[in-house]
Design a protein around this ligand. Structure first.
Ligand code: BG6
Length: 475
């Protein structure tokens, strides 16, 4: 297997130019510029430039001033370094001449700064622009196709959503494959760089108390919940065209499924992990589901009247392979719910023993909490104090911040660092993206019923019927 050159980060960090398409947008302001600031503060760059590009008539100062509000306790020295390295270039994503001007500006600035030509092109724009941006990056020479033995690297990063269905994702992938090499492509899912998510595979594969039990002989069911208190947050136009299935199931939730269900990769890095994740997605079969729409959704700006877009989805799926045959995976997500929680419950089967009858049936869970506080908890059976043989569930818990301190880097900060290193495990390969869209297209074609639910509730009350129908005790 050949890899792109990895940037050595020892003694003083990376040397590169970051070109940010969509620099005036929400993602740049809330996540990317704060993440770049954090990297500057942590001395992760030796020399660097940031060139924001978008169609808006704004200045670099205006973009930075808006982003600053999303950084807690700004330290002025690194902020000043970031400000000096930040430039803005106005351009139309569809005009190749604009890209040619940008490419010569980048070259000139790189020469002045003594940069070698390592580049990250970060596409934080709507996926309708992915094809023109990709074509214009190639035509203008802003990004060169990867060649073995080159000393510099140039990488393109695409933020989700990557397309809106299988056909559009295939069209983008085809355009990328014609012009670039998969080794320089990063399709981003920020869940893959959450510290606790990275821990899932590690904990499973390195602990003898889990690894041998991780299959249909010992696991009863798996529940993955991504529950949000927030509603649409001003993203009505986008959300109404996508809905919960395409917004979070297609990417974050199916990535969690594949991380939990994958076979052991040869190594816990790059291509090895992506191969295993892809095999899982290829075997996913949707069995059942219900959808929901929150009662306040129609009042959100940008939402079409009488919209049937789902803000809630619950699914039962199976993974058709020998390890998981017969084990249902339940996925549940929603906006405007009663709590913010991203959590995975792995329910182990009950032991058939003398005390089975006394054992609470809702015990023996491994629970991985991604948010709000990252933790692992193991629910076991123990003896009730004083009683002869009465059993009670107890919890053994590992709280991430209690052990590693309150600061864990933000997902986008880790992401940028991993992209600079060329670590592709944080990126979703073309076949994974296409399998995930295939699953979503199938769900859409199954026309699951859409129920209303009250904002601030736990979701549609029909969830009870759904759980009963499948004999499932859903948490
Ligand atoms: C994003 C979705 O990808 O993920 C948002 O577009 C969602 O709608 C968010 O709120 C959830 O991410 P996190 O990290 O807050 O769980």
């Amino acid at each position: 297997m050949t890899h792109e050159p990895h940037e050595s980060r020892v003694n003083g960090g990376t040397n590169c130019t970051i070109i940010l398409f969509g620099a005036s947008g929400d993602l740049s302001r809330r996540k990317l510029i704060p993440a770049l600031y954090a990297l500057v503060k942590a001395n992760k760059f030796k020399k660097f430039l940031i060139i924001g590009a978008a169609k808006d008539q704004v200045t670099a100062q205006q973009i930075l001033a808006r982003a600053k509000g999303f950084i807690a306790n700004v330290d002025e020295a690194p902020w000043q370094i970031l400000t000096e390295a930040f430039h803005y270039h106005e351009l139309d994503f569809k005009k190749v001449d604009d890209f040619k001007q940008l490419a010569s500006k980048v070259k000139e600035l790189e020469k002045k700064a003594g940069l070698s030509g390592n580049r990250i092109v970060y596409v934080a724009a709507a996926s309708d622009f992915f094809i023109p941006i990709t074509e214009n990056c190639a035509a203008s020479g802003l990004v060169k196709k990867y060649e073995p033995n080159e000393n510099t690297w140039q990488r393109i990063v695409y933020e989700k959503p990557f397309g809106k269905d299988l056909a559009s994702a295939q069209a983008i992938n085809k355009c990328i494959a014609n012009l670039f090499d998969e080794k320089q492509i990063f399709r981003i899912d920020h869940y893959l760089t959450k510290e606790i998510v990275g821990n899932i595979a590690l904990v499973r594969f390195t602990n003898c108390v889990f690894e041998p039990l991780w299959d249909n002989r010992y696991i009863d069911n798996v529940q993955i919940i991504l529950s949000e208190k927030v509603c649409i947050e001003g993203r009505g136009v986008y959300f109404d065209a996508y809905g919960a299935l395409k917004d979070v199931v297609q990417n974050h939730m199916l990535q969690l499924v594949s991380l939990i269900a994958m076979e052991a990769p040869y190594q816990l890095t790059g291509e090895y992990i992506r191969n295993e994740r892809a095999l899982v997605l290829d075997r996913v079969r949707i069995v059942d589901g219900i959808l929901g729409q929150c009662d306040t959704y129609a009042q959100e700006p940008g939402v079409k009247p009488n919209s049937t877009t789902e803000t809630f989805a619950a699914l039962q799926l199976m993974i058709d392979n020998p390890r998981w045959a017969g084990v249902p995976f339940y996925l549940r997500t929603g906006k405007c719910l009663n709590k913010k929680e991203t959590i995975i419950h792995i329910k182990f089967k009950q032991v058939d023993c003398l005390l089975s009858k006394a054992c609470p049936s809702d015990s023996n869970y491994l629970t991985i909490k991604v948010a709000p506080e990252a933790s692992f908890a193991l629910e076991l059976n123990a003896k009730k104090v004083g009683a002869a043989y009465e059993v009670t569930p107890i919890k053994m818990e590992f709280c991430h911040s209690c052990v590693f301190g309150p600061y864990t880097p933000d997902a986008h900060e880790v992401l940028l660092e991993e992209i600079m290193r060329g670590e592709q495990a944080v990126s979703v390969r073309f076949d994974e993206i296409e399998s995930a869209w295939k699953i979503i297209d199938k769900i859409k074609a199954m026309n699951f019923p859409l129920y209303r639910y009250k904002s601030g509730s736990a979701g549609p009350k029909e969830m009870e019927t759904f759980a009963k129908k499948h004999g499932a005790r859903l948490r």
